[in-house]
Design a protein around this ligand. Structure first.
Ligand code: NAP
Ligand code: MG
Length: 409
C-alpha cells in the first residue's frame, strides 16, 4: 500500500514526560506506517527550552503562525519544584501562554464521546465545546486588602490629560478587599472572531453568555462587540451554514446547557470558561478524553490534548513499571491537525486518513479494549478490558490498517 502524501508540513511541537513517550509511539504505530509525514519539528521538552533559553517556543509559535496548522504535545509549566528538578536557570513561562500570545487565539475544548460512557447529565448526547477567553479580567486584576477606614476610588488618567475618577466605596473601620479588572476591545474582538470562525468551521451553533444586566459597562462591552461583529460580518454566513448565534445571561445559559442535548459551542468569559470547562469535562467523563484546539482570529489552528504530561504515570514508567495512560486526546490532536491540513491543502486522502484514525480508536474502544482510566467509567454490564498504553495503540493500529485496506479495495 502506498503512503498518503502531504503538501504543507505540520508544525510539530514535542513535549514532556509520559505524553512525550506516547507521542513517539503514536507516530511510530499510527501515523508513519500510513502517511508520508511532513512536519517541522520543534522540541518543546523542558531540557530544550532551558538550552535555548525558551527561544524554541517562540520559534515554534511563529512558525505555526506562518504554516497555519500545528500539533502540540503536553509540556511542563515550570514551578519552583520543577526549577530544582530540571536545574533550570529561570522559571520559563507556560509554553501554551507563549503560543497563545503569538497566535492571539482562543482555546476550544471538546470531549470525545463514547457510547459505553454515559455523561452524568443524561440529556447530553453530543459534545459541548467550551471556548474560553483566556485574557484579562480577574486573571490580570490588581487587588489588595483594605486595612481600615478610607475611600476607594477608580481613577483613569488619559494620555491627553483627560481623567475620570469615581468612588468605588467608602470603607468603614473594619476594612475589606478591593480589586480592579480590565479587558481590551481588541482582545474581545479577536475572541469573538475566533468563536464565529470556529462555529462556521465545525458547523455548530454558538452560544455566548455574560452578566451584562449587572455589569452594565464591562460585560455589556463583550455583548456589544459580539453583536456588532455578528451583524456586520457573520450573520449571512451563519444563515448559509444553517447555524445560529445565541446570546443569553450566564445563569440562564447554565440552566439551558444542563437541559440541552449538547452539540454547540459555548463561549465564556475568562473565569466562566475556567470553571465551566472543568464542570463540563468531568460531567462528560474524563480529562483524558478532552481535546483542545487553539484557533486564532485569522484562522490558524494548534491542536493538543487538554490534559498535562501525566507525571505520576511517567515516574512509574521510569521505574520500568507498566502504565495504562490514555492516548486518546493526543491521537485526536494528530487527527485534528492532519484533517485540517488536508482540508486546507485539498488532500481528500489525508482527510479520510484522519477519519479512519478516529474510527479505529472508536472500533477499539467499542470492542471493550481500553486504558485503565476508562474501564472504571463504562456503564455497568459493558465488557471492558484494561490494557497498557502500548498494547492499546497496537490494537488501534491493527484496526486502522484494516479500515485503510478496506477503503483501498
Ligand atoms: P495531568 O498531567 O493532566 O494529570 C493529572 C492526573 O489526571 C494524572 O495523574 C492522572 O490520574 C489523570 N490523567 C490525566 N491525563 C491522563 C491520561 N491521558 N491518561 C490517564 N490518566 C490521565 O495534570 P498534572 O499532574 O496537574 O500536571 C502534570 C504536568 O503537566 C505539570 O507539569 C503541568 O505543568 C503540565 N500541564 C500541561 C498542560 C499542557 O501542556 N497543555 C496542561 C496541564 C498541565 P491518575 O494518576 O490518578 O491515574
Ligand atoms: Mg479550571
Amino acid at each position: 500500500m502506498s503512503k498518503i502524501q502531504m503538501k504543507t508540513p505540520l508544525v510539530e511541537m514535542d513535549g514532556d514526560e509520559m505524553t512525550r513517550i506516547l507521542w513517539k509511539w503514536i507516530k511510530e504505530k499510527l501515523i508513519l506506517p500510513f502517511v508520508d509525514l511532513k512536519t517541522e519539528y520543534y522540541d518543546l521538552g523542558l531540557p530544550e527550552r532551558e538550552r535555548t533559553k525558551d527561544r524554541i517556543t517562540l520559534d515554534a509559535a511563529n512558525r505555526a503562525k506562518e504554516l497555519g496548522v500545528a500539533v502540540k504535545c503536553a509540556t511542563i509549566t515550570p514551578n519552583k519544584q520543577r526549577v530544582e528538578e530540571y536545574n533550570l536557570s529561570e522559571m520559563w513561562k507556560s509554553p501554551n501562554g507563549t503560543i497563545r500570545a503569538v497566535l492571539d487565539g482562543t482555546v476550544f475544548r471538546a470531549p470525545i464521546l463514547l457510547d459505553s460512557i454515559r455523561p452524568i447529565v443524561r440529556s447530553w448526547k453530543k459534545p459541548i465545546t467550551i471556548a474560553r477567553h483566556a485574557y484579562g479580567d480577574v486573571y490580570r486584576a490588581t487587588e489588595y486588602r483594605v486595612p481600615g477606614a478610607g475611600k476607594a476610588e477608580l481613577v483613569f488618567t488619559g494620555e491627553n490629560g483627560e481623567s475620570f475618577r469615581e468612588t468605588v466605596f467608602d470603607f468603614g473601620a473594619c476594612g475589606g478587599v478591593l480589586q480592579a479588572q480590565y479587558n481590551r476591545d481588541d482582545s474581545i474582538r479577536s475572541f469573538a472572531h475566533s468563536c464565529f470562525r470556529y462555529a462556521l468551521d465545525t458547523r455548530q451553533d454558538l452560544w455566548f453568555s455574560t452578566k451584562d444586566t449587572i455589569s452594565k459597562q464591562y460585560d455589556q462591552t463583550f455583548k456589544l462587540i459580539f453583536a456588532e461583529l455578528y451583524e456586520n460580518e457573520y450573520e449571512k454566513q451563519f444563515e448559509d451554514a444553517g447555524i445560529t448565534y445565541f446570546y443569553t445571561l450566564i445563569d440562564d445559559a447554565v440552566a439551558r446547557v444542563i437541559r440541552s442535548e449538547g452539540g454547540f459551542i459555548w463561549a465564556c468569559k475568562n473565569y466562566d470558561g475556567d470553571v465551566m470547562s472543568d464542570m463540563v469535562s468531568t460531567a462528560f467523563g474524563s480529562l483524558a478524553m478532552m481535546t483542545s484546539v487553539l484557533v486564532s482570529p485569522d484562522g490558524k489552528f494548534e491542536y493538543e490534548a487538554a490534559h498535562g504530561t501525566v507525571t505520576r504515570h511517567y515516574y512509574r514508567y521510569l521505574k520500568g513499571e507498566e502504565t495504562s495512560t490514555n492516548p486518546m486526546a493526543t491521537i485526536y490532536a494528530w487527527s485534528g491537525a492532519l484533517r485540517k491540513r488536508g482540508e486546507l491543502d485539498g488532500l481528500p486522502d489525508l482527510v479520510a486518513f484522519a477519519d479512519a484514525l478516529e474510527g479505529a480508536c472508536m472500533d477499539t474502544l467499542n470492542a471493550g479494549i481500553m486504558t485503565k482510566d476508562l474501564v472504571s467509567l463504562v456503564t455497568p454490564g459493558t465488557e471492558a478490558k484494561a490494557v497498557n498504553s502500548e498494547s492499546f495503540l497496537d490494537e488501534i493500529a491493527a484496526r486502522l490498517a484494516a479500515r485503510l485496506a478496506g477503503a483501498a479495495s
